[in-house]
Design a protein around this ligand. Sequence first.
Ligand code: ACO
Length: 390
Amino acid sequence: QPIVTPAAGPPERPQIHKGLAGVVADETAVSRVNPDSNSLLYRGYPVQELAAQKSFEEVAYLLWYGELPGDKELAEFEVAERSLRRLDHSVRRVIDEIPTSADPMDVVRTAVSVIGANDLTTPDSSLEANRAKALRLFAQLPAIVAYDQRRRHGLELVEPRDDLGYSANFLYMTFGEVSELAVVEAFDVSMIMYAEHSFNASTFTARVITSTLSDLYSAVTGAIGALKGPLHGGANEAVMQIFDEIGLGDGAGERAALWLDDTLAHKRKVMGFGHRVYKHGDSRVPTMHAALLTLIEHYERPDLMVLYDALAAGMSERTGILPNLDYPSGPAYHLMGFDTATFTPIFVAARVTGWTAHVMEQLAANSLIRPLSFYTGTPERHLAPPDANE
Ligand code: ACO
């Protein structure tokens, strides 16, 4: 047999899945996103049914334990969550050291890091220890988010109230008064909608970090960094910025049309629209849209809806691209009184449930996540041989 030497030349370009689009990276039992049936299931339950009948605390329990809590489990879970709501002095001190002009997502990311550094159980990655860490973050993120909004307005921290549920207490710590039921319910629905969404960018980040056998707090800190970007969590803030740019009131519909023509002509993205997975509409939008409508009625703000509808209709006519969850949630948080810069930190407080469920799942059947890359740089070259005389 003659010896065949491979032809010299560049290696053949493999198929590259830019942005990992369409790649199934692993299996998960936490949630199912089905773009064909336009559905989202948490541990098998449609998210719409959970939003209509269950609290965010019950959904958090479901994501972490795989089943909804019974009465006894829920009562114990609520007692444990309420006992953890107060911020440690050191966390508060670090937040106070950060300028109020800082991006609130940087504040949240830093505070989570401090909580991790303070927790002596951080290296323990047993399921039990990770559930306890997840609960700690779940219980303390509202205090961090609420306090950061308040201090930007020169207001004092409001201590949590143990007699209020998660969402009522979150709003209470932010605004210093107990909100009306319609507002609490709409907020709770938004938290459930944002809780989990399979292998989105931030969750995948958390799984990548976990796959190195790093700790849960590191995974959440990294996930917050991924969520900060405007193509992911930052989009709900961008929606309100668009509304501000176009302006409410008389002629909003016409201004929205002109704004859209200009934006699309310049090939700029309209935030709050489009989705990597859903191509026929985001399954979470109808429920959040209904929550927004109750808030519009509650706050008597039909003017906001005029612009909201005009932009969505104009976008659909021009591009066929439909709103994602960030489109109704941005105006909803605005009506509740949250600063635009607080919207993505609220998303963190919700998504920490999904992130940590994925951390636990990743650890249960871990394999280091380490994809390949195709090299397109300078071909192999060599340094000149060292001068023997030197
Ligand atoms: N506005 C205008 N055009 C859009 C938009 C948009 N929001 N979304 C997609 N398109 C267009 C693109 O310009 C592109 O057009 P082209 O083929 O002529 O170049 C085409 O649709 C495909 O867009 P991609 O960005 O390649 O599609 P992808 O699946 O990667 O996009 C993404 C998903 C990143 C979410 C995109 O729709 C987007 O940038 N939306 C705005 C940001 C946003 O709202 N993010 C929130 C995501 S949901 C969440 O985090 C809860």
